[in-house]
Design a protein around this ligand. Structure first.
Ligand SMILES: Cc1cc2nc3c(=O)[nH]c(=O)nc-3n(C[C@H](O)[C@H](O)[C@H](O)COP(=O)(O)OP(=O)(O)OC[C@H]3O[C@@H](n4cnc5c(N)ncnc54)[C@H](O)[C@@H]3O)c2cc1C
Length: 570
């Protein structure tokens, strides 16, 4: 097992090629970050009319950005955070608020749990651990070495610990997740993540860190496009739906910028670089709070940074892929917004949580079942099946919405309220008396017909009963269930029949953007790709590519193209 640099003193982390993300920066950021600015030269500073000037500019006021900003301020820097949403928090706000930290802290000791930096590192670099096996091990090592310090630091900055989760989290050893105490009066969401971001927001403001909301970073300034020092950023003011307004700003960063923009899982073009199946039909989980359009990665690539650890986009961790809620656009797991939340207009519905998947038939865009609905929600196989090719010669990658078809008895059993704000009747929830009507009501969007029709076609209409669901995959066969009707009766949908749209939603994307010192470029494969992109013609190709990424994303989110894309990717 490799030793912690701190423990052995054998290696100076500053000497590593990726020293741009050093131990301190990592502690300060915790996530995808690049800190690449130095003092701007007079020449670069003169070329741009700066509207603001600080030591450190942090882009994004989510988990990483808030932590980074406070850490920079602690070191005496003047710090400004730009955040494109109208509230802080990022998707951390909607998260479960459980930290995977340990290392032998006092809460672990009190419970008699033995843990250490080495154990934490070993746990998170095991090949059988999907959430960690694709991670950059140098970063994991840094994280592990800082577990104890991070615990104390977070506590000092306002985080209150609830307790470690009672049950181990699947593949965890030695430690479970350490839950934070939910922010007591959070008016937007019942999710525990508020207990992480709100205390940090409070601390940041108390320390004099300015947070500019509804300011979207659009560009990172560098002395020359792919060389020299980073000098600052450009922003544009955006409205509640992230539509650009007219006011722009140039903010000079005397000592550095930190990108903490939360990943790219919500950018349909960008994410297909990592997994070609993630086409535009799919949601980024909890996108009502934060878009995750890869702004940081794109801006960093435009000035010559390379991306690292991109396989984390789809880590194959079952936890990252969920069936989620039904009947709403953005497919969250158990987290939700209050209908009174100012963000609710983006979610439009709370969604239905399915307690027992015996109660629904899940069909894909081709109208056929594709998986055993009753297997546990956390199941990577489910995700793979949902994304599998279903025979459409015009659509090889990705799939489409998943529709949950269920009847009135199911509504009763699940104790659902199938009205707004629980469901979104604009495109995600339909109701009808027959399967044929259902397909009609949904304007053909819900393709329940082939499967459900075959199902009902075999059943005499005189025997209304609840609908047991077969466990066989992809077929509309019937099997007994504990809720099936008496022996001899033939189950049938009880009307009205409902269809709730939903889709598998990739939850996280984690890339690290890196700049490499010129001397290391030729030496490392990733660095080589940066320097290739910096040559003349290739540079235009790189710029064109990133324009494409931006433009194609803008088109898909602004409703160009098919209505499906316009409705926000189902
Ligand atoms: C349902 C759910 C549960 C989760 N549970 C846990 C958990 O229990 N434990 C755990 O460790 N992790 C959990 N996570 C993951 C965790 O929330 C993320 O890993 C974490 O929030 C990432 O932090 P971040 O700062 O990179 O991004 P975010 O927290 O998403 O913050 C990014 C911020 O950058 C802003 N931004 C983006 N682009 C721009 C731009 N161009 N200009 C200005 N601002 C911009 C965004 O609006 C956003 O506010 C969960 C996630 C979800 C969705």
């Amino acid at each position: 097992m490799s030793k912690s640099p701190r423990a052995t003193g054998a290696e100076n982390i500053e000497d590593r090629p990726n020293a741009a993300i050093d131990r301190r920066s990592f502690l300060a950021s915790g996530a995808a970050v690049v800190a690449i600015a130095e003092a701007p030269s007079a020449q670069a500073a003169e070329a741009i009319a700066w509207d603001r000037e600080v030591d450190v500019v942090v882009i994004g006021a989510g988990a990483g950005g808030l932590v980074a900003a406070i850490a920079a301020r602690e070191k005496g820097a003047s710090v400004l955070i730009v955040e494109k949403n109208f509230d802080i928090g990022g998707r951390a706000m909607m998260s479960f608020g459980g930290l995977y930290i340990g290392g032998g802290n006092r809460l672990q000791k009190a419970k008699g749990v033995e843990d250490s930096a080495d154990r934490a590192f070993a746990d998170w670099s095991r090949p059988e651990k999907p959430m960690g096996r694709f991670s950059d091990r140098a970063l994991v090592r840094t994280w592990a070495d800082n577990n104890l310090e991070l615990f104390d630091w977070l506590e000092k900055n306002g985080i209150q610990w609830e307790a470690y989760r009672g049950a181990p989290d699947r593949l965890d050893r030695n430690r479970t997740r350490l839950n934070v105490v939910r922010w007591p009066n959070e008016p937007t969401t019942p999710a525990r993540g508020s207990g992480f971001v709100r205390p940090l927001e409070k601390t940041a403001r108390r320390m004099g860190i300015e947070i500019l909301l509804q300011q979207q970073m659009t560009k990172i300034h560098r002395e020359s496009p792919l060389n020299g020092r980073v000098t600052g950023i450009a922003t544009i003011e955006v409205d509640d739906s992230y539509r650009p307004k007219t006011r722009t700003m140039n903010i000079r960063a005397r000592r550095g910028i930190i990108i903490a923009t939360g990943g790219s899982a919500g950018n349909p073009v960008f994410r297909t670089m990592f997994d070609v199946r993630l086409t535009e039909e799919y949601q980024a989980e909890n996108s009502e709070w934060t878009e995750r359009t890869g702004d940081g990665e794109i801006a960093a690539m435009e000035i010559g940074a390379a991306l690292g650890a991109t396989a984390c986009q789809t880590t194959q961790d079952d936890n990252l892929i969920t069936k989620g809620r039904m009947g709403k656009k953005s497919n969250g797991t158990i987290t939700e917004l209050y209908p009174t939340s100012p963000h609710f207009f983006r979610a439009r519905a709370l969604g239905l949580v399915v307690k027992d998947y015996q109660d629904v038939i899940l069909v894909k865009e081709n109208g056929l079942r594709f998986y055993d609905e009753t297997v546990p929600t956390r199941d990577y196989e489910y995700y793979a099946a949902a994304l599998a090719w279903t025979g459409d010669p015009n659509k090889f990658n990705g799939g489409g919405p998943i529709w949950a078809i269920f009847d009135t008895d199911a509504v009763t059993r699940e104790e659902w309220d199938v009205k707004p704000p629980h469901v979104d009747p604009v495109g995600y929830f339909f109701s009808a008396d027959t399967i044929e009507e259902l397909a009609g009501t949904s304007g053909g969007q819900c393709p329940a017909r082939p499967c459900a029709n075959r199902w009902n076609g075999t059943i005499p209409s005189s025997t209304p009963a609840s609908m047991p669901i077969s466990r066989s995959r992809g077929r509309c066969t019937r099997s007994p269930s504990r809720r099936s009707t008496r022996r001899g009766t033939r189950p049938r949908f009880t009307t009205p029949i409902r269809a709730s749209g939903s889709a598998p939603a990739p939850r996280s994307s984690i890339c690290t953007a890196r700049s490499f010192p010129a001397s290391t470029r030729a030496a490392t494969p990733r660095a080589a790709s940066v320097s290739t992109a910096s040559a003349g013609p290739q540079r235009s190709a790189a710029s064109r590519a990133s324009m494409l990424l931006r433009n194609r994303h803008e088109r898909s989110s602004s409703g160009g193209g098919s209505p499906r894309i316009a409705s926000g990717t189902r």
